[in-house]
Design a protein around this ligand. Structure first.
Ligand code: AMP
Length: 214
């Protein structure tokens, strides 16, 4: 009964390593220096798979992985079906914000009944946010480099993750509204939680202990 853990490269992987260590799990090889997708660990029955951040909830939902670490942004866009979400790990913290070109009058555009062209990967988050404000949005779905959309005139605004704000600044965009704070969550396949309870529980408990929630 082996355990597969789904992670994504970058901040989530790096900030999950200490939590895995708390569960006695160390990854045998540095994934940042490899093109492999499956990584063995020091535990013969535990392996790590590396997938795109937005695919982590999908792998866990369909049992391609038993557990994973997913940003709240990816989790909301996915919908959370079939996932048990026991812990806010408080890692990879950032926010989802609205940003526009410095010369764009956002306040005027979002007057009640206004209309806005939004480019984003986070269509669910953006749609709900602007619906609550009573602003009509035309949504352009993108998969990356959202900053380019207002600069090329393809959109009035973007909805994207912001951490330090330096990416926006480098592209002459200004953050005009913070939609929500984001952190990463532990997600567990609901069937695996029952069938592999004995092996998964100690890992979940070790993660909880490492973040001071035991
Ligand atoms: P920053 O320049 O520090 O504001 O970071 C913004 C860029 O990094 C954007 O392209 C974001 O999509 C990405 N980013 C920021 N925080 C995260 C995170 N926690 N997880 C994934 N991507 C992030």
């Amino acid at each position: 009964m082996s355990i597969t853990i789904a992670l994504s490269k970058g901040r989530i992987y790096e900030e999950t390593l200490p939590l895995l260590a708390a569960a006695g799990i160390t990854v045998a090889e540095d994934p940042e220096k490899s093109r492999k997708l499956i990584f063995p660990t020091n535990q013969p029955d535990v392996r790590v798979v590396l997938v795109r951040a937005s695919d982590v909830p999908v792998y866990v939902q369909y049992g391609g992985a038993d557990l994973g670490v997913s940003g709240l942004d990816s989790l909301i866009e996915h919908g959370g079906q079939g996932l048990y979400q026991p812990l806010d790990l408080q890692i990879a913290q950032c926010r989802v914000s609205v940003a526009v070109r410095a010369d764009f009058d956002y306040e005027a555009a979002v007057q009640q009944g206004g209309r806005l062209k939004i480019a984003t990967k986070y269509t669910t988050i953006a749609r709900e946010f602007f619906a609550q404000k009573g602003v009509h949005v035309d949504m352009v779905k993108l998969y990356g480099s959202m900053e380019l959309a207002p600069l090329t005139g393809m959109a009035d605004a973007i909805v994207d993750l912001v951490s330090t704000g330096s990416t926006l600044k480098a592209n002459n965009l200004v953050e005009v509204e913070r939609i929500m704070d984001i952190s990463s969550r532990l997600v567990v396949n609901q069937a695996a939680l029952k069938l592999k309870q004995q092996r998964l529980r100690p890992i979940i408990d070790a993660f909880a202990g490492a973040i001071g929630k035991d």
